[in-house]
Design a protein around this ligand. Structure first.
Ligand code: SDX
Length: 449
């Protein structure tokens, strides 16, 4: 963990009511806004801070990912997402996030070998699936089965043992595609496929999803390269809702499998990772470019809860750099798959064009985010919309487990326990008449029956 510069820089907070002041240390990172260390504010001023949604609250010190929302910059351990998407591959990015540096050839070989040999799951897990209905949403299945992994891999749940943390991290990265593919196969009533060690990570996932016993599966390099890039684009994203969920769950000492299951649950929300599925449903509902303005008007209408799915972001007030890469990739993949006339892509491009010229979106700095184009690619790769957030979860497992590892290894790590502004009743005594009243009601009910 790079040294945080504590310089003797402070900010003074003065209570205008009492005139009392409190000096708060300012902490400086390598790039990005400084933070005011408010840990002492309750002791000094008998006050809490208030920031529902934590939009201006630093919850931790991290070296993994840096986002500049105004400039549309995303760095993983200092490398831009554009460079990593173009030059790296998903397991190399996973190694980088977990260990801090890009692997050399030997390190990469060992890591890929280890992940490859952890892709199978305990055979009992396939019977675990049988408990679900066939029409269960794959995210519901993934959430349940991931949490259940701690029942099968109890030998890597001691969070204080670095070796067990490493094994659990590799097991989660390796097994998530297998579980995801099993959830998909189960939902369409086809038999599960085992991983094949001769395939790379993305190819293996695709073969587990799309191969059938009746014929040989030949990986399509266009599709597997696109899949690998999509996983890179979803790998990590600072302290988003699901990552913060993983960290909070992990701060209590919960095992890593349970923490990742909590992250999957949070990611499922349509305001977060569920947006990619919601974007496709929205584009299908728009149906034709002639209907776009009607939906844009709905999104702008304060009295209408409809939001333009795939647009806007808590941090990005500029174009999400992942959306730029995703948009280019969508064009490439659809071209290569001879689907360039995809009607949903046409609607998406026209929708983006109209929205980005509209004062409402310009003034509120609402741009396409990572989810706006991802669904179009995933649909062209043959996935049903119900699998889109599952694919997001496969990529984000690397970020979740890297953030979890960083938290466990951080000496200032402690159980997360936010406070509140209480606006309920002051203390009041339990009134006898209310007991008497209760008895009379009880007697009335008793007599009635
Ligand atoms: C992800 O945090 C992360 O890093 C998440 C993520 C990751 O990789 O982990 O990047 C993944 O979750 C991407 C976001 C996917 N969600 C969607 O695409 C759903 C649609 N977008 C929104 O619901 C919304 O933009 C959020 C939830 C993403 C952000 O919500 P905020 O923080 O409330 O947005 P904001 O404060 O910037 O909103 C400013 C204004 C508000 O209006 P006013 O109250 O000022 O009048 O813009 C409005 C919002 O109501 N607004 C939208 C809008 N998004 C915000 N209006 C219409 N359509 C939208 N999409």
């Amino acid at each position: 963990m790079n040294k945080v510069q504590h310089e003797n820089h402070t900010m003074t907070l003065t209570d205008d009511l009492t005139g009392k002041s409190v000096k708060l240390p300012v902490m400086k990172g390598t790039i990005g806004p400084d933070v005011i260390d408010v840990r002492g504010i309750y002791g000094a001023a008998n006050k809490f801070t208030f920031d529902p949604g934590y939009s201006v609250t630093g919850s931790c010190i991290s070296e993994l990912t840096y986002i500049d929302g105004d400039e549309g910059i995303l760095l993983h351990r200092g490398y831009s997402i554009e460079e990593l998407a173009e030059k790296s591959d998903f397991l190399e990015v996973a190694y980088l996030l977990l260990n801090g540096e890009l692997p050399n050839i030997t390190e990469k070989g060992e890591f890929v070998e280890a992940i490859t040999h952890h892709t199978m799951v305990h055979e009992q897990i396939s019977t675990f699936f049988r408990g679900f209905r066939r029409d269960a949403h794959p995210m519901a299945i993934l959430c349940g089965v991931t949490g259940a992994l701690s029942a099968f891999y109890h030998d890597s749940t001691d969070i204080h043992d670095p070796h067990q943390r490493m094994i659990a991290s590799r097991r989660l990265i390796a097994k998530m595609p297998t579980l995801a593919a099993m959830a998909y196969k189960y939902s369409i009533g086809q038999p599960f496929n085992y991983p094949k060690n001769e395939l790379n990570y993305a190819e293996n996932f695709l073969q587990m999803c799309f191969s059938v016993p009746a014929e040989d599966y030949v990986p399509d390099p266009i599709v597997s390269n696109a899949m690998d890039k999509i996983l890179i684009l979803h790998a990590d994203h600072e302290q988003n809702a699901s990552t913060s969920t993983v960290r909070l769950a992990g701060s209590s000492g919960a095992n890593p499998f349970a923490c990742i299951a909590a992250g999957i649950a949070s990611l499922w929300g349509p305001a977060h990772g569920g947006a990619n599925e919601a974007v496709i449903k929205m584009l299908e509902e728009i149906g034709d470019v002639s209907n776009i303005q009607k939906f844009i008007n709905k999104a702008k209408d304060k009295n209408d809860s409809f939001r333009l799915m795939g647009f806007g972001h808590r941090v990005y007030k500029n174009y999400d750099p992942r959306a730029t890469v995703m948009k280019e990739s969508a064009h490439e993949v659809l071209e290569e798959l001879n689907m360039q006339d995809d009607p949903l892509l046409k609607i998406a491009i026209e929708l983006e064009k109209i929205a980005l010229k509209d004062e409402y979106f310009i003034s509120k700095k609402l741009f396409p985010n990572v989810d706006f184009y991802s669904g179009i690619i995933l649909k062209s790769l043959g996935f049903p919309t119900s699998m889109f957030t599952v694919l997001f979860a496969i990529g984000r497992t690397v970020g979740w487990i890297s953030q979890w590892k960083e938290m466990i290894e951080d000496p200032i790590n402690k159980i997360g326990r936010p406070r509140q502004l209480y606006t309920g009743y002051k203390s009041r005594t339990y009134q006898i008449e209310s007991t008497r009243e209760k008895k009379s009601i009880f007697n009335w009910l008793w007599k009635k029956n």
